[in-house]
Design a binder for this molecule. Structure first.
Ligand code: NI
Length: 257
């Protein structure tokens, strides 16, 4: 089996010290490719450096909504430069987070819109982080995302109704271990309506280990197998077929070899 963790943070301090071992455990679990996702300029640089060291590892570069308040015009120029590195396969994560509100909404919207422009110019897909800001996220995508060909809502935890709106726009949806949580009935209802050619998997590690490993404080790509197994069962598909389908979806979406 060959699964792709389409959204992990292997450069975050919880994992960065032991990436060799993390990658080895991941491969043993059948998770054989990774997109390590940046959140600010420093993490973006680290993500590219790390991806260069491993075959089948790629980077995404972006400014997280939490960090939007610090993003200057210069930050965005640098982001565009980094995005042209051969290991970079996407822009993100970017988007809106009105749950934590670490950055003012205006900054979040501005930096999100700027990243959509960069993605359109470089013909890269966009990894969208959306938390308690669904309508506003759709609005920005509508207003500024017309040139962007591929968009994924990462760590989807919305309703089936919201999933339908996202799918109707032609966007993809990616699930983390959250879908396995006991209280995540709403997310499971959403997962049921996402066809496999629009569905991707991720850990978003080091956060949110899936059941039955939820107690493992530091999540890692190897644990994505549990999410894959869970979703295959939810959709009534054989695990191997499920893996094959979502891996094909991810390869097309991110343009992986
Ligand atoms: Ni993330």
């Amino acid at each position: 089996m060959e699964l792709i963790d389409t959204h992990c943070h292997l450069t975050f301090e919880e994992l960065a010290g032991g990436v060799e071992a993390v990658v080895a455990r991941s491969k043993a679990a059948g998770v054989t490719e990774w997109i390590t996702v940046g959140t600010d300029t420093q993490q973006n640089r680290k993500a590219i450096e790390l991806a260069k060291k491993f075959e089948n590892m790629y980077a995404s570069v972006g400014i997280h909504p939490h960090d939007a308040k610090d993003a200057t015009a210069e930050t965005m120029v640098e982001l565009k430069e980094l995005a042209q590195n051969e290991k970079v396969v996407a822009i993100g994560e970017t988007g809106l987070d009105f749950h934590y509100n670490y950055s003012p909404h205006q900054d979040q919207k501005r930096v999100f819109a700027q990243q959509l422009k960069i993605a359109a110019e470089l013909d890269l897909p966009v990894i969208v982080h959306c938390r308690e800001a669904f309508d506003e996220t759709m609005e920005i995508l509508e207003q500024f995302g017309s040139g962007v060909k591929r968009v994924v809502f990462h760590c989807f935890s919305g309703s089936a109704q919201q999933a339908k709106i996202v799918l109707d726009k032609g966007f993809h949806i990616s699930f983390t271990g959250v879908v396995t949580f006991k209280n995540a009935g709403k997310t499971r209802d959403a997962a049921k309506i996402v066809p496999l050619d629009r569905l991707m998997l991720e850990t978003d590690c080091p956060y949110m280990s899936p059941e039955p490993m939820r107690k493992q404080k530091i999540n890692e790509p190897a644990l994505m197998l549990h999410t894959a197994r869970f979703l295959a069962e939810l959709k009534g598909v054989d695990l191997a077929d499920f893996a094959k389908a979502v891996t094909a979806t991810s390869k097309v979406f991110f343009g992986l070899p």
